[in-house]
Design a protein around this ligand. Structure first.
Ligand code: ZN
Length: 244
């Protein structure tokens, strides 16, 4: 198993870790701050620094294709992982601006869920944009959504996660907002993200700690993808220090 430090603290950007194995696609560590692509959110990038001084640039992070619970750190194109064999102790550090963009956009997508009472049937969160597909035929009002987002950011609601049992989730099916991304099962517990007084839903992603940290995010586009799908695209209105 790779210990998933990012699940408990999305603001932790670096940790020490030990290389467990080299997989064809990349390196497996015993613990990591790198979020693997999933739940609509892109994987982290960053660097691994070996005690001897060798550095490896990581371009992406994925779940191990065959072994659940292992996280693969994928070297960027042209990188040589030869010095990072099993047992190598590394300082693993995420690309902070990319992580911060993911955190801000991910929390913003949950704010959108609170503003629009429709099921979600698609989601993509990257460092430069986020989009959510809502299952509805109703036209959406861009100006009203932007006013709603700005209000929820200004209200500075705390954002936190907690773990609930699968039985508790089954007893509250309304918690599951997304039609395409179901929470992972079989672990006995499910992580839920709460935006205090605003939104609660199962989610494994990395979020800001308060809606105020979402900052300048707005709806750049609303598209009619199909008769029953309205796509909402988010962008940054401002680049905060250390972001994008
Ligand atoms: Zn989420």
């Amino acid at each position: 198993m790779t210990e998933e430090l990012f699940r408990e603290d999305a603001g932790l950007f670096s940790c020490t870790a030990t290389v467990l194995a080299q997989h064809a696609a990349g390196l497996v560590l015993d613990r990591t701050v790198f979020y693997p692509q999933g739940g609509g959110q892109a994987g982290d990038a960053g660097t691994l620094l070996a005690a001897g001084g060798a550095q490896l640039v990581i371009g992406d992070t994925r779940k191990h294709p065959d072994e659940p619970g292992l996280i693969v750190h994928v070297p960027a194109a042209g990188e040589d992982a030869a010095a990072f064999g099993p047992g190598t102790v590394v300082q693993a550090s995420v690309d902070v601006p990319r992580r911060q963009a993911h955190r801000r956009f991910h929390t913003a997508t949950h704010l959108l869920c609170a503003l629009l009472p429709f099921a979600v049937d698609g989601c993509s969160i990257t460092a430069s944009y986020a989009r959510l597909d809502f299952h509805t035929s109703e036209p959406l009002d861009k100006a009203a959504l932007n006013a709603g987002l700005a209000r929820l950011v200004a209200e500075a609601h705390p954002v936190r996660h907690r773990w609930i049992s699968e039985q508790e989730l089954d007893a509250n099916p309304q918690l599951v907002r997304s039609m395409s991304v179901q929470p992972p099962r079989g672990l006995g517990r499910v992580r839920v993200m709460e935006i205090e007084g605003v939104d609660l839903q199962p989610c494994g992603g990395t979020h800001v700690a308060n809606t105020a940290e979402v900052g300048g995010v707005w709806v750049t586009k609303i598209e009619k993808k199909s008769a029953m799908t309205r796509r909402v695209v988010l962008g940054f209105t401002q680049t905060l220090a250390g972001s994008v």
